[in-house]
Design a protein around this ligand. Structure first.
Ligand code: ATP
Length: 215
């Protein structure tokens, strides 16, 4: 079986995640895709107002359901059961132990891919999983991806595959959180979870919901 692993903070999940996941699944011919929300991402500080991990998990589950691939797309909460930083090397090692006969592919956007050698234990990640990288903005340069692929291959013997997404949705959770907090909507950027965000008053949307109710 070919299994994709798509880690992230998913704070909140957005259309960029969904589009990339869907196209990468098809491009790589994955049998299964696991979204893995991070408890404590090593690369970023969780901004103030970040919902508890359980809420990010619930939103990631909604995103997975909205991909309409039942039995193929799942959410794995293994990082939420660990303490300390959510190192991908621990996750990949654990998934290799769980699926020793299967081929693991770690999916990521350019921003993550270009710094992979600086992560904790990159050699462990690259020993147990191939890396599938995709652009997350139109200006992400294909040549940069090629140079990095060659570097990771030559240095770690990594299996690297660059996935050309037919559609790039240029959005980040940071941008989306800003829109939500300012009451600028954003439903089209996070269709799977917009209702959940409003219902739970996440990212400063509570005031908007009250205003809508009052009107
Ligand atoms: P934040 O703005 O809070 O830093 P983010 O939008 O970068 O969040 P993450 O959940 O941290 O989202 O990203 C998880 C993974 O999804 C990373 O590999 C990242 O490169 C990738 N990714 C994020 N946004 C996009 C996008 N618009 N298109 C393709 N991949 C994306």
């Amino acid at each position: 079986m070919k299994i994709g692993i798509y880690g992230g903070t998913f704070n909140p999940p957005h259309l960029g995640h969904m589009a990339a996941a869907r196209f990468a699944m098809d491009a790589l011919g994955l049998d299964k895709l696991l979204f893995v929300p991070a408890a404590l991402p090593p690369h970023k500080t969780l901004p103030e107002g970040t919902p508890p991990a359980a809420e990010r998990l619930a939103m990631t589950e909604l995103m997975a359901d909205n991909l309409l691939r039942p039995g193929q797309v799942e959410v794995d909460d293994l990082e939420l059961h660990r303490t300390g930083k959510s190192y991908s090397s621990d996750t990949i090692r654990a998934l290799h132990e769980r699926y020793p006969e299967d081929e693991l592919w770690f999916l990521m956007g350019t921003d993550m891919f270009l710094t992979l050698q600086n992560w904790h234990e990159p050699e462990v990640i690259l020993r147990y999983a191939g890396v599938a990288a995709f652009a997350r903005t139109q200006s992400d340069c294909g040549e940069m991806l090629e140079i990095q692929s060659k570097y990771l291959h030559d240095t770690y013997g990594a299996r690297v595959c660059t996935v050309q997404l037919p559609e790039i949705v240029e959005v980040s959770s940071t941008e989306l959180r800003g829109m939500l907090a300012r009451g600028e909507g954003g439903t089209y950027l996070c269709p799977a979870v917009y209702g959940y965000i409003l219902m739970h008053g996440l990212y400063g949307t509570h005031a908007d919901l009250t205003r809508l109710t009052d009107e």
